[in-house]
Design a protein around this ligand. Structure first.
Ligand code: UDP
Length: 368
């Protein structure tokens, strides 16, 4: 069996890394194709997880529309599929890269396996374009790796054949375990944020990058954070996404506030340190919502809908949208309470998703 793994963005690299590790462990031939959708943010993740792309598309150009990105991925994928000649291709999540590579593979009659299948909002606008991307991938894929019962139920509801769906958990839990093992005893001694580490202030971690929040939504979120920073008992750390639609308004509203630390995107070990140490997370990130339960850190999700309702139902996440007063009210609740979420069980599995995925890939290739 020859597997081709498609990786476009930072979260895809983080969530595909455990699958790559497992394939390597079992001596199964695989190669990695990177579309480089978020190039600068991808490189440190590849280095940290000790994986490297074999095929690089380098598709990004300034001021590209989604359609331009899509057409470049589609034609480049054609070339790489010819070169790699895989028996099966693995895509992850709901990015433009995953969608167009799935379509390219379909056109070449190469089976597609979808990691993190079945997430839905059933609202085309939320998030745009991810909801439609993942529905398209579900129409194309031959094997669907659902992370949760809810995702599995969505696929069944859409008449995806039951015998093509596997409930495996989310590989993000595997990644976190691998990463923490690698960090080892150093995990608490990392000098990333020396002053913060010794501070007894409450740490608030903020991230955000969704297209649905560009413009007015992001401005409201920034205003809420600005007001939150007036509390002298908080230190706010905000690794700012490199997209200019995020970077520019964030720096304009939140620059030069003594307890708001606007920093470059951080490496994965630093992110783990922040997730662990934070009293509260404010984010629209899908991956961070899935990571929060591993650390039992509560999260305000700056969206009005979510395809990851498991975290909300577990009691760890609250959907706050982008309304400034709602964000402030909910943040205040968590910052002023002595909560304990240690009893919450992780809806994303036990860290064995990659082992299950590779088992299933082997079975699939034998059946073919
Ligand atoms: N992440 C990171 N450094 C950062 C911000 C995020 O390592 O500065 C990680 C985060 O822990 C999670 C993933 O990147 O695993 C999420 O990426 P992002 O929020 O860009 O995408 P999403 O998950 O929303 O698609």
């Amino acid at each position: 069996m020859k597997v081709l793994i498609c990786i476009g963005t930072r979260p895809e690299a983080i969530k595909m890394a455990p699958v790559c590790h497992e394939l390597k462990k079992r001596n199964i031939q695989f190669s990695i194709m990177s579309t480089g959708q978020h190039r600068e943010m991808l490189a440190p993740i590849f280095d940290f997880f000790q994986i490297q792309p074999d095929h690089d598309m380098e598709i990004m150009q300034a001021e590209q529309s989604l359609n331009m990105i899509s057409s470049r991925i589609l034609s480049e994928a054609d070339r790489i599929l010819e070169l790699a000649m895989p028996h099966i291709i693995l895509v992850q999540g709901d990015t433009t890269s995953a969608t167009l590579v799935s379509l390219a593979a379909f056109n070449k009659k190469i089976p597609v396996a979808h990691v993190e299948a079945g997430l839905r909002t059933y609202n085309k606008a939320a998030p745009y374009p991810e909801e439609v991307n993942r529905q398209i991938i579900s129409r194309i894929a031959d094997l669907h790796f659902a992370p949760t019962q809810k995702a599995l139920a969505n696929l069944l509801k859409e008449n995806i054949p039951e015998n093509s769906i596997r409930l495996v958990g989310n590989t993000i839990v595997d990644s976190l375990e691998w990463a923490q093992k690698k960090m080892g005893a150093k995990a608490n001694a990392y000098g990333f944020f020396k002053d913060l580490f010794h501070s007894n202030k409450k740490l608030v971690l903020v991230t955000g990058h969704r297209r649905e929040n560009f413009g007015e939504g992001l401005l409201q979120i920034c205003e809420a954070i600005k007001q939150l920073s007036r509390r002298e008992d908080v230190e706010i750390v905000y690794p700012v996404h490199l997209n200019p639609n995020v970077k520019e308004p964030v720096h304009e509203i939140l620059g030069n506030i003594h307890n708001v630390h606007l920093i470059q995107p951080v490496g994965y070990p630093e992110m783990i340190w922040l997730l662990k140490r934070a009293k509260l997370i404010i984010s629209d990130s899908g991956g961070i919502q899935e990571e929060a339960p591993s650390f039992k850190t509560p999260i305000l999700v700056t969206r009005s809908v979510s395809e990851r309702m498991e975290v909300v139902e577990a009691g760890l996440a609250t959907l706050v949208g982008t309304d400034k007063s709602k964000i402030l009210m909910e943040a205040g609740k968590y910052l002023d309470a002595d909560y304990n979420f240690s009893d919450i069980s992780n809806p994303y599995g036990d860290g064995n998703a990659a082992v299950k995925i590779v088992d299933e890939l082997l079975l699939f290739s034998q059946e073919k």
